[in-house]
Design a protein around this ligand. Structure first.
Ligand code: S3P
Length: 446
């Protein structure tokens, strides 16, 4: 079941920018918030409206899954999404397996949702998703009473059968993972008691904030050492919300870094989410000497947002502290590209989790750097990049990973020779208009 499903590769080459990158753009909505908005809307009783939803393959798979579970999900002529939720405990058993394609967040959070409803449901995905570990989700769900049928060492395809009553558990998340934290909390919604999730290292907190926003009784206690204890009272009546999805900082990272690397550039990303658990990359780039300015700071839909301006900068290598990893976990490939152009070495530590993303991002990033003449050292959980002039001219194998593809396309905008990526199909999972948006700033691709 885990063999790679062949598809026609759609390669793309980015060309060194002759002039500069200039302009003011708005990148699509945040992927983490978009998945959750659809899911929590489906769990609330009544109509939730969502503006600025990211309409990418991953998120559309979640929308379809919510429909299959009984929610009505439609988009109106003004681009607003309407989710008519069924209430906690109201999901119907879907007729077919839920197909999550490439989406780790959609599938893992939905496993929690299904576990909290006493229905049987199967999950399938593409070759990348089918090779990713699901035991981290299934272990706590088993403790909560879910019956799991999975083959291939707790990987997709798998089937879950939720218990009549979910057991409330106390669960310490073994690795820094917002997906695991969220899946346990979502399963806990179906429990008559209090589910407690403990995370020693803080990860993105959208599930906690949004569940509170939907009216759940959820508290967070943070100890002096940073350990967070999250308590959720099960079986809440969730109240439908009006959600505005801010722009995704993980997608914004690509034009931002491109502007820092291409001489003469000056770009602004409007309305970017500035939640502190998501902007470790901006902090790191500032430490590297980046000219980044945040203006028009405001609150939008419960999240801090602002306009982020980045100008061409001469960057210096830095040591990125291990504790920052959860706050920039998806940004290491593009940071590695930025580091390739910096003066001196950049050391990135605490990267174990990169090995289980859409691909093994640590080794695929290192291979992409080497293919373009950048020297680097790949350790078990670290990466050292030796910066300088980047030759380019390489062909990068992206292994079904959207962020690898976009990172190396950014590299080719600033390297001496063009950079080719072997496949761009998966860019549509998170940033469908990446190519056209970069072109409006002055990039060219072939
Ligand atoms: C996400 C959590 C992170 C991140 C992913 C989105 C989320 O995954 O890499 O892109 O929305 O909860 P992990 O929980 O595996 O760290």
């Amino acid at each position: 079941m885990n063999e790679v499903q062949p598809h026609n590769l759609t390669p793309l080459t980015s060309m060194p920018v002759k002039k500069e990158l200039k302009g003011c753009v708005r990148v699509p909505g945040d992927k983490s918030i978009s998945h959750r908005a659809l899911m929590f809307g489906a769990l609330a009783l009544g109509e939730t409206t969502i503006s600025g939803l990211l309409e990418s393959d991953d998120v559309l798979a979640t929308a379809e899954a919510m429909r299959q579970l009984g929610a009505r999900v439609i988009k109106d002529d003004d681009g607003i999404w309407h989710v008519h939720g069924v209430g906690v405990g109201g999901f119907l058993e879907p007729e077919n397996a839920l197909d999550f394609g490439n989406a780790g967040t959609g599938s893992r959070l939905c496993m929690g949702l299904v576990a909290g409803a006493s229905i049987k449901c199967s999950f399938i995905g593409d070759a990348s998703l089918s090779s990713r570990p699901m035991g981290r989700i299934l272990d706590p769900l088993r403790e909560m009473g879910v019956v799991v049928e999975a083959s291939n060492g707790d990987r997709l395809p798998l089937t879950l059968k939720g218990p009549d009553l979910v057991l409330p558990i106390d669960y310490q998340v073994p690795m820094p993972s917002a997906q695991v934290k969220s899946a346990v909390l979502l399963a806990g919604l179906g429990s008559p008691g209090i589910t407690t999730v403990i995370e020693r290292v803080m990860t993105r907190d959208h599930t906690e904030k949004m569940l509170q926003g939907f009216g759940a009784d959820l508290t967070v206690e943070t100890a002096e050492d940073g350990t967070r204890t999250i308590r959720l009272q099960g079986m809440p009546a969730l109240i439908p919300q009006k959600i505005e999805v801010p722009s995704d900082p993980s997608s914004s990272a690509f034009p931002l870094v491109a502007a820092l690397l291409v001489p003469g550039s000056d770009i602004t990303i409007e309305n970017m989410m500035l939640n502190k658990t998501r902007i470790g990359l901006v902090e790191t780039l500032l430490e590297m000497g980046a000219d980044i300015e945040i203006t028009n700071r405001r609150e939008n839909g419960g999240e801090a947002v602002g306009d982020v301006r980045a100008k061409y900068s001469s960057l210096n290598g830095v040591e990125v502290p291990e504790e920052r990893a959860p706050f920039m976990i998806d940004e290491y490939p593009i940071l590695a590209v930025a580091a390739s152009f910096a003066k001196g070495k950049t050391l990135m530590k605490g990267l174990n989790e990169l090995r289980v993303k859409e691909c093994d991002r640590l080794s695929v990033t290192a291979n992409g750097l080497k293919a373009n003449g950048v020297s680097c050292e790949e350790g078990e959980d670290y990466l050292v990049v030796e910066g300088g002039m980047v030759e380019g001219g390489g062909i990068v194998s992206v292994h079904m990973d959207h962020r690898i593809a976009m990172s190396f396309l950014v590299m080719g905008l600033a390297s001496k020779k063009p950079v080719k990526v072997d496949d761009t199909m998966h860019i549509a999972t998170s940033f469908p208009n990446f190519e056209s948006l970069m072109k409006t700033l002055g990039a060219s691709f072939q």
